[in-house]
Write a protein that binds this ligand. Structure first.
Ligand SMILES: [Zn+2]
Length: 192
């Protein structure tokens, strides 16, 4: 596979409608100049496979034995990275607010783990996933995500790999510079 650079990845996102640029009202009520939705890219198996393959190439040298992803966002890309590396891919999910392994998924003490997510913003769910692996005695060798939205601020204590960095600032509606500039605000996905 030809190496995929950040511009190629972002083009794929734009084509699939997974990266919109403009002036948006997010579900949180905040305004933003962009909207990112990895699921819109990953719904296409070929896109998911390409992203998983590209991510796998970044981390293959680490020799991880298993991929661990947080549900739901990490499951599809985790599966694709696992496929490309030829290793198994499992996921952690929330029960009573805590991320944990269920369904009989297991990690052995000393097993080397690669944590895979679709997008890392604050790094919170990545850290939680790392903790799930460490609680079983496994060794987390790296974390990886398709998109890094953290602005380089994710406080992880393992090496972090991503395919592209995206910076999408959010604003309170009252102080949104795009509103001040008179640009109409739209809900992501609407065509108005
Ligand atoms: Zn605005």
């Amino acid at each position: 596979m030809t190496p995929m650079d950040a511009a190629t990845i972002l083009d794929r996102f734009r084509r699939a409608g997974g990266l919109l640029e403009g002036h948006f009202r997010l579900t949180s009520g905040l305004h933003s100049s962009g909207y990112l939705q990895c699921a819109l890219v990953l719904q296409h198996p070929r896109e998911a496979e390409a992203c998983g393959g590209a991510l796998a190439e970044r981390v293959r040298h680490l020799g991880a034995e298993v991929v661990l992803s947080p549900a739901l966002g990490g499951i599809v890309i985790g599966q694709e990275v696992g496929r490309a590396l030829g290793i198994r891919a499992i996921f952690a999910e929330r029960q009573d607010g805590r991320l944990m392994l269920r369904r009989g998924f297991a990690l052995e003490p000393g097993e080397t783990v690669l944590v895979v997510e679709d997008v890392v913003t604050t790094g919170g769910s990545t850290r939680e996933t790392i903790d799930v692996a460490r609680a079983r005695g496994a060794v987390v060798v790296s974390a990886a995500a398709i998109i890094d939205r953290s602005g380089g601020r994710q406080p992880l204590d393992v090496p972090f790999h991503s395919l592209a960095e995206v910076s999408l600032p959010t604003y309170e509606p009252e102080s949104c510079p795009l509103c001040l500039a008179g640009q109409p605000v739209v809900k992501p996905g609407s065509r108005t």
